[in-house]
Design a protein around this ligand. Sequence first.
Ligand SMILES: [Zn+2]
Length: 507
Amino acid sequence: MKKYILLLLIFAAFNHKISAQIVYRYETNLKALSNDKLAVNLKISGFSEDTLTYCFPKIIPGIYGAMNFGQYISAFEVFDKKGKKLKTERKDQNSWKVYNASAIAGLSYLVDDAWETFGYKTGRGFYRSAASSFSDSSFVLTPNSLFGYFRGHTEHPIEVSVRKGINLYPATSLKKTQKLNQDLFFAKNYHQLVDNPIIYALPDTTLIKLPGISVEVACYSTSGKAISKDIAEYIRPLLISQSKYLNNKLPVDHYTFLIYHNLAPDNSHLVGDGLEHSNSTLILLYMPLDIETIRQNIYGIASHEFFHTLMPLGLHSEEIENYDYNEPKFSKHLWLYEGMTEYFTMHMPVKTGLTTEKEFFKTVEGKIADMHEFKVDLPMTDLSLHPMEMQDQYYNVYLKGALINQCLDLKLRELSGGEYGVKDLVLDLMAHYRGKPFEDDKLFSEMVIVSGFPELKEFTEKYILGTEPLPLEDYLLKAGLKLENGKISDIPNPSPEQQKLRKDWLH
Ligand SMILES: [Zn+2]
């Protein structure tokens, strides 16, 4: 019996050693761009399965519509170590079944990009900042559209070798070593790879050093002009204010703003699009080369995307932690991930003295007006669980989602005598979970425990799980404000309590 156990243990250790040796080694060559396609090779071996499925993501974290990245792949072939082709079968748009998988030594395919240049017209559910674009002068590489994974094998380390012209610089938060005409990138697993887009272009980068964080602003403008210095000058005070707002503690120590600017002829149609990652954000802009316009637009996007380092990146449920790129399960808490992020983006400038109350109220009025374009009988939690099916309602997470948190902030301030707001709740939840994911169904009850306010139960039941209209008028009145015909104004003679709540909320 003992011997048997010993043997099993040795076998288990041996097995573990073999599987730990699997490494994805990807290669591509930007100089060999042909018909707008890049050839990608993967060297990998060590599998013990008879069959395996190689997948490109259907969707990735941070977007809520199916992008089906497999649609851009062609000439997919798998080889054994003698270079003989293995039998494969395309299962759907995004996945290939590979037979005799234990003989796999490598594979190859071509990747087309998903957009060239872009203007203001975008299709609903097409998330450009999640997709790649290739041209001779710049490459926007989102790893999820270039590199796939074997199902069940997303935890192995990945190395990516990119050959390129010597004039191209790779901006990314991914660990890298650079040589003259070849760069190597390292990710501990597939999740980390997907979490780190890369822009290749002529170098236009500016470094911002702040206490506890180093931030690279890397830009590419189709105008051919260098813009990173101007943009960095504008992002620096933004980051200082965000740090102040978060009690002088930022959630990451390095970060990259990857900014792609496409020149628009005039100011009539502007587009700004961003996708959050743990240590970077990819921002796409369509606007004229007018640094003031660019700055104004970048401000809101950069602020929103950077606040995402708190949620969902630092605070999220198991569905997001164990993200399945091809059969995703969604969390019910978009009111937190997007709604709270958007509320912080609105609230931080007034709270830290960057903007006036008047400007803040204008933003709130805009959100209220826009929210009325969306369904009132759809609970936020239902929208959150089924975002792919409800693309026409999705935008409301930035409207009603933010306003829910404004009400919650006022509620918490009222309950705590002004001391405690949603920002404190988020920081307390992060400290409570310490980087571990939470159980989706337990968040609301744990918010009660962490904050110490049992009144939150009724609030979440009515306004997040339920469809009761948000008590915007009542709650604004607590701060001495009147909401009438969509406009916010002062009430005459506010009480000392109302004045105090307003001060604690906005100053
Ligand atoms: Zn967002």
